[in-house]
Structures are given as structure tokens and as C-alpha cells.
Design a protein around this ligand. Sequence first.
Ligand code: 5AD
Ligand code: SF4
Length: 455
Amino acid sequence: MVLSKRLYIKTYGCQMNVYDSEKMEALLKPLGYAVTDAPESADMVILNTCHIREKATEKAYSDMGRMRELKNERQALGKDMIIAVAGCTAQAEGEQILNRAPYVDMVFGPQSYHLLPEMLAKATRSVEKGKGPGCGVLEVDFPEVPKFDFLPEPTEISGPSTFLAIQEGCDKFCHFCCVPYTRGAEYSRPVQDIFKEAKALVVKGAREITLLGQNVNAYHGEAPSNKGEWGLGELSRYLAEIEGLERIRYMTSHPRDVDEALIQAHRDVPQLMPFLHLPVQSGSDVILKAMNRRHTSQFYLDIIAKFRSVRPDIAFSSDFIVGYPGETDQDFEATLDLVRQVNFAQAYSFKYSPRPGTPAAALENQIDEKLKSERLQILQDLLREQQAHFNRNMIGKKLAILLEKVGRHQGQLIGRSPFLQSVHIKAPAQLLGEIVEVEITSGETNSLAAKLIAT
Ligand code: 5AD
Ligand code: SF4
């Protein structure tokens, strides 16, 4: 097949968007589109947007403006460019995008990706008919039939570590979060579909699969041979049977949805990596309640203890929000306290950003930006210190590293430890995609260095 058209995709935000972008790429390939990283040469541009915080949304709007300039330049040369806005901002703002950026040709949400060829044909017809600005194709419904059945199987993978969406959407409705509105109600794919896709990824060379979902451990998919439903623990055990699949990870989890089966799986399944991203958001019970998180700080600490009792070396990561409406100094202190008790290997922390339509955005007791910044700084200093300590502790240890990509320096490869640390190693390029034994020689805040152990 001649791939005569150029497609530029820019992906914002989370891993689910990265996964979706790859699916869109695969859907457009049969229509003759090959991916380019030069937007000025693209016949079609997709901005796969993120809506989680205001900054992400504004970035997408500013990039739309940049694409408009490129489109104008191409039109001056007698060519054209279809501009598509996908992802969570597209879902949340829909028509507003066509009003604010009328040169956009297509706006569609994450539930409509399987309709991409159809939508593109419609948009192309509109362009050919010379339809005016603001007439772009809009698709932001939540269809009855889940899209997964219509998405193509993986044709290629970008490296030995890859993603697989097993669940989408969220029914938790934390009061700060737009995800339940942008990704819709929780849906779990049947076990056999996931198994088939995982096998296909392994055949393509995947050694590690990260199971994705907005609320991944709420997974409750149809089990094989009508055996009811399985949770993430059972699913992980089953996937671990795939020969050649060496590592399994999953994200993002909710504390409330951790069950015994998942904890036991961490004890029994060696392929399940000893690393867990488990967002807590705050250490204050008052704020957790206001956030509608449905758990207390003690509940979170108890879960951490349970995982540690079955897998003593397990490392934790988390998400935090500072400056949630009404957060007092005391509440913030409780967050620092929780961080000190858990001792995180890494974590993400954010200033609260009001999202239109979410309950917290309407609250009156919003926190001053300056205070948010001060708290963020204090929290990040503490988290960085813990991360540096965790990494320094690895010096002298022997670890198995999956070599994922070529490093910036000659003869250097970059891989990941079981604890998701980035590790730089001097190693021959033929080892890419292999899991090698190394000895850690140094540990900085963001990465480790190691030397190969001769085997
Ligand atoms: N403001 C700041 N951070 C947010 N997150 C979600 N919504 C908001 C918001 N309105 C953070 C949470 C979540 C992560 C993906 O993004 O910490 O776990
Ligand atoms: Fe958002 Fe996660 Fe809460 Fe769902 S569980 S509403 S995705 S923060």
C-alpha cells in the first residue's frame, strides 16, 4: 500500500491518550496516512487533548492557533490540512471548540475513535464543498456499543514496553475531576479480548505490558467460558500465562477498589512488578471527604501495609492535589504527614485547578494561587527527597532491567527497573528489548546508572 498522505498527531496528558493516538494511527493507515513529526507537511493533524487541568486545555487551544497558521501556509501553496481535535477537551467542550476555533474541521471525543474514517470522509466532503468556518464535524455522543470491538489490533509496537487499555471511564466522581464527564461511565473489556490483544502485542515483541484504565482496578470484565466476572487480580494471573510476557503493570488505581485478589496476585505472580501508582490526593480526612474520595487516610495506609506484607519490596507512587477549596494549614500538614508515613518512590503533585462543571469548581472557599504554589513547593521538596533517597538506596544492588531505548550518549541504552526507575547502562544495541542483570552504580533523583553483570 502506498502511504501517500501525512498524519501528524500531538498527544497531551495521560498514557490512555498515548494508547488512543496509536489506535487512531492504525485506523488511518489503511486510508493511506503515514505518520510524520513535521506538522507543516501534514495533510491531517490530530490534537489528542487533555482536560485534567486548565493549563492542559489552554495549551491545546494555543496549538490549534499554531495549526491554523500552518494550514494557511499550506493553502497558499494550493494544498490543504484537515485539523482534528480529539480527546478529553474535545469531549468536554465540543461545539465551543468550533466556535472558538472555527477553522477546526473535526471535533470528536474518546468514545468515537472507531468512527474516525467515516468522520474524516464527512469532513473532507465539507472541505471540498467549500463549507464555511464553524461547520466542522462534531461527534461527542457516548454510543451504546463500546468502541473497543471496532478498534484495530496492534500492527506494530513502539518498543518492548507497551500499553493495553482494559477499562475505560470512571464512576467515582471525585469532586475535582472532569474524567467521569470526558471518559464516561466505567466499562471493562471482556477477559478474552484483552488476552488476545496481549498475545498479539507479545508476538510483535512486547516484553512488558501496562494495563490501562482511568480506574484500572475497578476492572470487572467478563471471564472466559461464562465464569462470571473477573477482577484485576484474576486477570493478571491469567495474562501471566502468556509465554514471553515478562512484566505486567497497571494504572491508575483507586484505593477503594483494591481487593484481596489483587493483593494476593502481587504475592504470587512474579510478572506483576513490585510498583504501584495509587493516588491518594490528600492526607486530610476532611479534604478527602470534601473531595468525595470515599476513603480516609488510615484506609489508604492500611492498604499500603497489606501490599507490603505480601511483597515487602513493593514501591509506591501517588498523585496529590494541594490547595483544594477549604484546605487549611492543618489539612496540608496531614498530607505531609501521610507522605512521611508511606515513603514514596516517586509521585506527582498538582495545584488544584477548577474544572468547569465539576462540584469543586463552584465552591466559594477557593485557595489563593500564591498559597497553592507555596504548598506545592513544600510537598514537592519532600517527595523529591524521598525519591532521591529511594534511588540512592539502590546503589550496589543487582536488578533486572528491561532495555527499552537507545540513550543520548554513544553506546548507552536506557531501561526500566522493576520499580519503574529509569536506568542508564553502557550496553550493545543488540540487547535492546532484552531483560538484563545489572549492578546499580549511582542513583540520582530522576535516574540510576548501572553496569552489566557478565553472565
Ligand atoms: N486539579 C488539579 N489536579 C487534578 N487532578 C485531577 N483533577 C484535577 C484538578 N481539577 C489530578 C489528580 C489525578 C491526576 C491524574 O490529576 O491528582 O489523580
Ligand atoms: Fe477522576 Fe480518578 Fe476520581 Fe475517577 S477516581 S473521578 S478519574 S480522580
